[in-house]
Ligand binder design. Structure first.
Ligand SMILES: *[C@@H]1O[C@H](CO)[C@@H](O)[C@H](O)[C@H]1NC(C)=O
Length: 140
């Protein structure tokens, strides 16, 4: 995409043009799904409409609805560089760099899992195949 910008273009117009180019990238990065093997670092969140599941810099994992807190892991203050990790064994864990500070305790076996912030505001871990052709390649 080529944009012709004259040298007489006011700085504000240049700024708005730059933001317009950046915004779609920023917004498409937000998702309501965290697949197994995926991280949510401090400051990042899953999003669905007005809902947000935020891994905060204070180490608390908080579910917001239109800015109001509706649920949290109660782990504020347990580390400065905490991250949420959807493990490949089905367990969802908050780690603080030293070790785990919270988990769902759902290690049920190696597989493909997904933490999903659903349209009804529920937060669930989905996974496990109902049926498989058993042609899948081994994952290390
Ligand atoms: C991580 O959490 C553990 C348990 O609460 C705590 O002992 C440890 O100091 C924390 N580590 C950091 C880097 O905050």
């Amino acid at each position: 995409m080529a944009i012709a910008i004259s040298i007489h273009t006011p700085p504000l117009v240049l700024l708005l043009a730059t933001l317009t180019l950046l915004l779609p990238t920023t917004f498409s990065a937000s998702s309501n799904i965290l697949l197994s093997g995926g991280f949510l670092t401090a400051g990042r969140s899953l999003q669905y409409n007005g809902y947000a599941l935020a891994m905060q810099k204070d180490c608390n994992l908080v579910l917001y609805d239109a800015g109001y807190e509706v649920w949290s892991t109660g782990t504020a203050g347990m580390g400065k560089k905490c991250y949420l990790y959807m493990q490949g064994d089905g367990n969802l864990v908050i780690r603080n760099g030293t070790g785990p500070v919270w988990s769902t305790g759902t290690s049920i076996g190696v597989g493909q899992y997904a933490l999903v912030l659903k349209p009804n505001r529920d937060v669930v871990i989905l996974g496990g195949a109902v049926w498989a052709a058993r042609t899948g390649l081994a994952v290390t």
